[in-house]
Design a protein around this ligand. Structure first.
Ligand SMILES: Nc1ncnc2c1ncn2[C@@H]1O[C@H](COP(=O)(O)OP(=O)(O)OP(=O)(O)O)[C@@H](O)[C@H]1O
Length: 259
């Protein structure tokens, strides 16, 4: 565990929807080129937390954020931050595949076309490399110009990952990426996460304990207090959290006593 470099440092983050405090005082480091799993029972603020890491959470009306989130040293909540650039650098994949009703190729090229004009040959190259990166190339190479919505759910989710990879993010946030997938597609996404860890920093929300154990290097356990306020209870190596948790609440959760 030497040479850990924080890609994201969260310091004392609190999050409010209107007057409801969904998260209180969360501090943790997310290490570069590691996979960090966020676990905890429903409603403890995992989605709220992951969406605060690239300010997608602000798309909801009337939210207030306190504390700071530093991305390689820069506070992403500073007024100077360019949100489009930030969300390219910290990409996101959601629970359900959210492809555009356009071709496979155009879905992956979408963010690149917004970014800047590129010659077709260069665009072709980046699209192919992103789809290969998402372990989907062999399945779609002969139908790149067919509708992406004709793909299976698992293929659509890997295409969402390809779309996120195309703009070369440094961090990939995944909010329950396998919850709508069958076991075989889930396995493919897990293998994909494994193959991406050398090049990217990944944060994944999962309800599946086995998945957290299989794919992640670090795990953060979230829970709510009696006022329903979400807190990060314990953070550690995945090995430690699952075999020797320090907090009784973590132990109860990972051993399946609640949640
Ligand atoms: N847009 C919103 N407006 C008001 N409250 C919200 C909103 N989104 C989430 N909440 C509340 O914030 C708390 C945390 O929700 P969040 O979705 O982050 O939890 P979660 O741990 O991701 O849950 P799940 O595992 O069920 O997805 C919950 O009490 C939820 O009801």
């Amino acid at each position: 565990m030497n040479n850990l470099v924080p890609a994201i440092r969260v310091k004392n983050l609190s999050f409010f929807y209107g007057t409801f405090k969904a998260l209180e005082g969360v501090s943790m480091d997310i290490y570069r080129n590691k996979v960090t799993a966020l676990i905890g029972s429903s409603g403890c603020g995992k989605s709220t937390f992951i969406k605060s890491l690239n300010r997608i959470s602000e798309l909801e009306a009337d939210v207030t954020i306190e504390g700071s989130v530093e991305f390689f040293g820069q506070n992403i909540y500073s007024r100077r931050v360019n949100l489009n650039r930030l969300r390219r650098q910290i990409g996101m994949v959601f629970q359900k595949p959210n492809l555009f009703p356009m071709s496979i190729y155009d879905n992956v090229a979408y963010g690149l076309r917004i970014e800047s004009w590129r010659p077709k040959s260069e665009l072709d190259e980046i699209v192919e490399s992103a789809i290969r990166g998402a372990a989907l190339w062999n399945e779609v190479k002969d139908k790149l110009h067919k509708s992406a919505l004709g793909l299976s759910g698992g293929q659509q989710q890997r295409l969402c990952i390809a779309r996120a990879l195309a703009v070369k993010p440094r961090v990939l946030l995944m909010d329950e990426p396998c919850s709508a997938l069958d076991p075989l597609s889930t396995m493919k996404v897990e293998e994909l996460i494994d193959s991406l860890r050398d090049d990217f920093t990944i944060v994944i929300v999962t309800h599946n304990m086995q998945q957290a154990r299989r794919v992640s290097d670090f795990t953060a356990f979230f829970s709510t207090d009696e006022s329903r306020i979400g807190q990060m209870i314990e953070f550690g190596s995945t090995e430690q959290i699952f075999t020797n948790p320090l907090d009784q609440r973590t132990r109860d959760y990972v051993e399946g006593r609640f949640g």
